[in-house]
Ligand binder design. Structure first.
Ligand SMILES: Nc1ncnc2c1ncn2[C@@H]1O[C@H](COP(=O)(O)OP(=O)(O)OP(=O)(O)O)[C@@H](O)[C@H]1O
Length: 581
């Protein structure tokens, strides 16, 4: 139950409303005690003493009490629902804000399905605690204690006899709580697994289809689905065992009332009316006892959910900016003895280079050599393990994160488009961009031509629910998006891999022309993208093994030269080296 304590700040905020809700519950419960007492009066006074004229006022009072009670119940149900929805809203916001602030490393390690499970099922568990369990608990405690007090006033002996069964109940409840708690934690885990299976399948459906793995995926899902079902059945079985026991103990109470109470009526120790009232109050005791299992289930479910939600929220945000006034003005980038580890593995080793403002740098090297890792350090998607990355001679860790990143445009390997219009996708992250600016950026990125061919042009919906775009078209939109941001530093992470040679040529011309005031890093596999750059870094196993200009590296006749020969062998066979390149 300790995890529920973490909800305390949310409680505090709605303390007044919750107190009002509890007050309404108290009034409603107190009113609930009136009718059994009136039924005693009807029997003892109106019927036994033949004062029939009292019948109508008694019945009318009962009716009024029921009506007022109904209204009050509506009031407290509304209050608790309102508080629970507000708390749910705030928790959802907190969780979403947390997710937005989290780092690449967090998303490398956390599965989307698990996050979604926390955002949905777990938050719903917490909402149920506020909307139902809390009110029910208060209602039951009040019902139980007030009824018991009245029963004591009516007859002490009979009430004591009822209380004899309480220790058995307490033991039962304790055992139930201990048994069901770990099972609820397991339910939440299985639910996460089911969510992950669904989410990964839908995201990777094209791969599934390409490899005809539908049956394999169905089996994988079925196994997660079966585990979730089994776990729910396990909880159901615990319930199934516990509920009849509670039933048996509560039936014992009815038995005690009628056996002992009947005997006392015969002996004239109590009146029939008192026995009737006792029977009425008995139900006010039995109901809380019977619903105890249900309440415990809700509380334990919320407890398990709190553990998962607050466990996630307690993950530290490892990359934080500093509230400094520094701004990227020049785009002068320097790597100083940089080492970088990914999950404990050394990925970059002793990286040193310097890029003057407005220089174009190509980063080349085999797959997995660390090209993306280098550029990811510039906007602080990851932090260095040691050494420093400096922009305008200031350590990137000393910048305000928003200011740092707003000066850098990254065009990633895989373009993500939001379910929105093409125009809004291009303008993403740029406030108040005019349509003219958007069109200009699209023209520079060689995207304008295909965009205007769609019937709705720039208003065409793309992304999940919109029109499908080819890989090259998506990349051009991503390039337009980066252009519009007017960055000081531009990073193209293999961004031209999906465009044809002609478009690549046009894009590199646009880069020369429109990014001339910008420091550009291009991760490239093709010599054609690198040859005009001011600096080429060639990486191997996380180390820079060659660096220089195109001509300098050709003269070296090293790795870069070999790639050049490979890619241009046809042309080289017809032209003398150096004629053209
Ligand atoms: N999220 C990650 N977690 C652990 N290791 C990673 C992660 N991302 C990359 N790596 C490892 O870091 C090394 C460098 O990866 P990086 O993506 O920087 O290479 P790259 O040169 O850009 O490759 P490619 O050309 O294939 O994109 C690789 O060995 C890779 O396995």
């Amino acid at each position: 139950m300790n995890n529920l304590k973490r909800l305390s700040p949310y409680f505090q905020k709605y303390k007044k409303l919750l107190i009002l809700g509890f007050m309404l519950i108290s009034i409603s419960i107190t009113l609930g005690m009136v009718n059994p007492y009136i039924s005693k009066l009807i029997i003892d006074e109106a019927i036994s003493k033949k004062k029939y004229h009292l019948l109508l006022p008694f019945v009318l009072t009962m009716l009024c009490v029921s009506l007022v009670r109904g209204l009050i119940r509506y009031g407290h149900s509304y209050l608790f629902e309102n508080v629970s929805q507000n708390i749910l809203y705030e928790l959802r916001e907190t969780l979403y804000n947390f997710l937005q602030r989290q780092t690449y490393e967090f998303y490398d390690k956390t599965r989307t399905g698990e996050i979604m499970a926390r955002m949905t099922g777990d938050l719903e568990g917490i909402r149920m605690f506020f909307s139902t369990a809390l009110a029910l608990l208060a209602e039951n405690i009040l019902n139980f204690s007030i009824s018991l007090t009245i029963m004591f006033i009516l007859n002490v002996k009979l009430t004591f006899a009822l209380l004899l069964s309480t220790p058995i109940l307490l033991i039962l409840v304790y055992i139930f709580d201990r048994t069901i708690r770990p099972e609820f934690i397991k339910i939440r885990e299985k639910y996460s697994k089911l969510n992950t299976a669904t989410q990964e399948n839908i995201t990777g459906i094209r791969v599934v289809k390409a490899f005809s793995q539908e049956n394999f995926e169905i089996e994988k899902f079925s196994s997660a689905n079966a585990e979730y079902k089994e776990q729910n059945i396990t909880v159901g079985l615990i319930w199934g065992k516990f509920f009849p026991m509670i039933e048996a103990v509560t039936s014992l109470l009815v038995l005690i009332i009628f056996a002992l109470g009947g005997f006392m009526v015969i002996k004239n120790t109590i009146t029939i009316g008192t026995l009737m009232a006792f029977q009425g109050y008995l139900w006010a005791i039995i109901w809380p006892l019977r619903s105890l299992g249900w309440i415990i289930s809700m509380v334990e479910r919320a407890n398990a959910s709190c553990e998962r939600v607050f466990g996630l929220l307690s993950t530290p945000v490892k990359i934080k900016g500093k509230p400094t006034p520094f701004e990227v003005k020049e785009g002068y980038v320097r790597f100083e003895n940089v080492y970088f580890k990914h999950s404990g593995n050394l990925v970059l080793e002793n990286i040193n280079f310097e890029v003057k403002p407005k220089m174009k740098v190509a980063i080349m090297g085999p797959t997995g050599s660390g090209k993306s890792s280098i550029v990811n350090l510039i906007p602080r998607f990851y932090d260095v393990s040691s050494g420093r990355v400096l922009i305008d001679e200031i350590d990137v860790r000393d910048y305000d994160l928003k200011k740092l990143r707003s000066a850098i445009s990254v065009i990633p390997q895989e373009t993500f488009l939001f379910s929105d219009t093409i125009a809004n996708n291009i303008a993403y992250g740029v406030e108040n961009a005019s349509l003219e600016d958007i069109i200009n950026a699209a023209k520079l990125a060689q995207a304008h031509e295909f965009i205007v061919q769609f019937p709705e042009g720039y208003d065409t919906l793309v992304g999940e629910r919109g029109i499908g775009l080819s890989g090259g078209q998506k990349q051009r939109i991503a390039i337009a998006r980066a252009l519009l941001k007017k960055p000081k530093i531009l990073i193209l992470d293999d961004a031209t891999s999906a465009v044809d040679m002609e478009t690549e040529y046009l894009i590199s011309k646009a880069l020369e022309e429109y990014f001339k005031d910008c420091t550009v890093f291009i991760i490239a596999h093709r010599i054609s993208m690198a040859k005009d750059c001011d600096l080429i870094l060639y990486l191997e196993n996380g180390k820079i093994v060659e660096q220089g200009t195109h001509n300098e590296l050709l003269v070296k006749k090293g790795r870069y030269y070999n790639i050049f020969v490979q890619q241009y062998k046809d042309i080289l066979s017809t032209q003398k080296e150096g004629d053209r390149f």
